[in-house]
Write a protein that binds this ligand. Structure first.
Ligand SMILES: [Zn+2]
Length: 491
């Protein structure tokens, strides 16, 4: 373990991840198994994600709404493959009242309060929303309908890990309804592009995106598309999906509209979402053995000013620090001064490093006398001495530099650890030695996919070349195929 109380990545990547979550004070386990408490700093990162993404969603003509947490069991079971996919992870409400036990010492479920129809705590909201949509949509004038909901979701997971897999999590789910299949398909791909753009711009992460295989698609969808990022250990993390639902749901929920010719039609639907999993992806993508590393665009605090003082010079140093603060906040909003006098300077440096604040500004007696400050960037820990008059320009420049260098690093990792593979022997080696992703042709058969998973633990992540086609042989059975797929072990 390092002096910061973090297990090095090279030693144990999973433990390293948990240590970062704890040391950066992002989240902790709760008394409810599988459910986490998101602490203020972790929540502030989620709020930054929400803010950035919500803006993109609204700019594309989508409105936010809110639907109930509970779904009648009969709704969830209406679409056959949908219920099949979610049946094993449902939380079910059966009663609505407690009563005192006979000995008067406790409470128990009142059997007389049994619900007529059991309610499912939403694992996703297609069914409850589409029941409503069937009343909202009657004419071609009502289309397209584009809604988004920010909500919590419950999926009863057996194995959980903070942010990556939790029984309850937060997310946004977008739902759209269209009059043509073409328009729905465009929407599905447009959302995929939106998530990719968001991840690049805000999270400084590069990734692959594309269609998922039959076995990996959303329960009830015609096609699912996913965004797949590479973590530092070479594993994949899917943090966004976009589903083409076809008419699967409109038919069972009886959503119909009259078109311009007066004919009754079933519309085409999509749904798409990202969750607090994104926070986990962000942590795993950039952090190091000293703690969290955050891209400036998503950091709740971008710059922290640490005045270094003793009792004698405290007043003067704080005054100078406040001048520097004023200067920097002319252009940067998220700046903080750490004036605490009950912890040491070393403690402060450590804390801000663990929390991944992009720039630390050190201001001591020497800097004050020189009319300068020391800037320390979190990603490389490089220090620069900067004159007071240049501090604003230098900070702005440095924030941009950190953002783009983190993105370049992520891109470089993705490219350097993706291997085009022709031979199954080589393919197995990629995964036995944890070398990253494999790019290989696959014939599309479920059998080959299952055998590959069984023998290497790698799964199909997404189709790399939709429409283009790369002629080759299935990596498992050798049959000719034009589809090149990304394979990886995944979180
Ligand atoms: Zn095959």
């Amino acid at each position: 373990m390092t002096e910061k109380g973090i297990t090095p990545r090279g030693e144990n990547y999973s433990q390293w991840y948990l240590d970062i979550i704890e040391r950066a004070e992002l989240a902790e386990n709760s008394s409810v198994r599988g459910c986490m408490v998101i602490k203020p700093y972790g929540y502030a990162i989620w709020e930054k994600i929400q803010k950035g993404l919500d803006k993109m969603i609204k700019e594309s003509g989508v409105e936010n709404a809110y639907f109930p947490l509970f779904i009648p069991k009969s709704f969830l079971s209406r679409e056959a493959s949908h219920i099949k996919g979610f049946a094993k992870e449902c939380a079910i409400v059966t009663h609505h009242r407690l009563k005192e036990t006979e000995d008067g010492k406790g409470v128990e479920v009142d059997p007389e309060s049994k619900l007529e129809e059991e309610l499912i705590v939403r694992p996703t909201s297609e069914t409850i929303m589409y029941d409503t949509f069937s009343r909202w949509i009657t004419s071609w004038r009502d289309l397209p309908l584009k809604l988004n909901q920010w909500a919590n979701i419950v999926r009863w997971e057996k194995r959980t890990r903070p942010f990556l897999r939790t029984t309850e999590f937060l997310w946004q789910e977008g739902h759209t309804v269209h009059s043509t299949q073409k328009e729905a398909k465009e929407e599905v791909l447009g959302r995929l592009a939106m998530y990719t753009e968001f991840a690049r711009q805000y999270l400084a992460m590069d990734m692959y995106f594309g269609k998922k295989s039959e076995s990996e698609k959303f329960a009830g969808a015609v096609d699912t598309y996913g965004v797949e990022a590479m973590m530092q250990d070479g594993k994949a993390l899917q943090f966004g999906t976009s589903h083409n639902l076809g008419q699967n749901f409109s038919k069972v929920f009886n959503i119909q509209y009259t078109d311009k010719k007066g004919e009754l039609k079933y519309p085409w639907q999509t749904s798409w979402g990202v969750s607090t999993r994104m926070v986990g992806a962000l942590v795993m993508a950039h952090s190091d053995d000293n703690g969290l590393v955050l891209p400036p665009s998503i950091a709740p605090v971008q710059v922290v000013l640490v005045p270094i003082f003793k009792d004698l010079n405290k007043e003067k140093i704080i005054r100078y620090t406040k001048d520097v603060y004023k200067e920097i906040t002319r252009k940067i909003d998220n700046v903080k001064i750490d004036e605490r006098d009950f912890v040491s300077v070393g403690f402060k440096f450590n804390e801000w490093e663990k929390k991944g604040i992009p720039i630390r500004v050190e201001i001591g007696e020497k800097e004050m006398k020189e009319g300068a400050v020391v800037l320390v960037r979190r990603d490389t820990l490089e220090k620069r001495n900067v004159k007071y008059g240049n501090v604003l320009d230098e900070v702005v420049l440095l924030l941009e530099e950190i953002q783009s260098s983190l993105y370049e690093k992520s891109k470089e990792l993705l490219i350097s650890k993706t291997h085009r593979i022709e031979e199954y022997k080589e393919f197995k080696k990629v995964f036995s030695e944890n070398k990253g992703f494999a790019l290989a042709n696959w014939c599309g058969s479920k059998e080959c996919e299952e055998n590959i998973k069984y023998e290497t633990k790698a799964t199909t992540r997404c189709l790399r070349t939709e429409g283009e086609g790369v002629l080759g042989k299935c990596i498992y059975c050798g049959k000719e195929s034009t589809e090149e797929w990304i394979f990886a072990k995944s979180y």
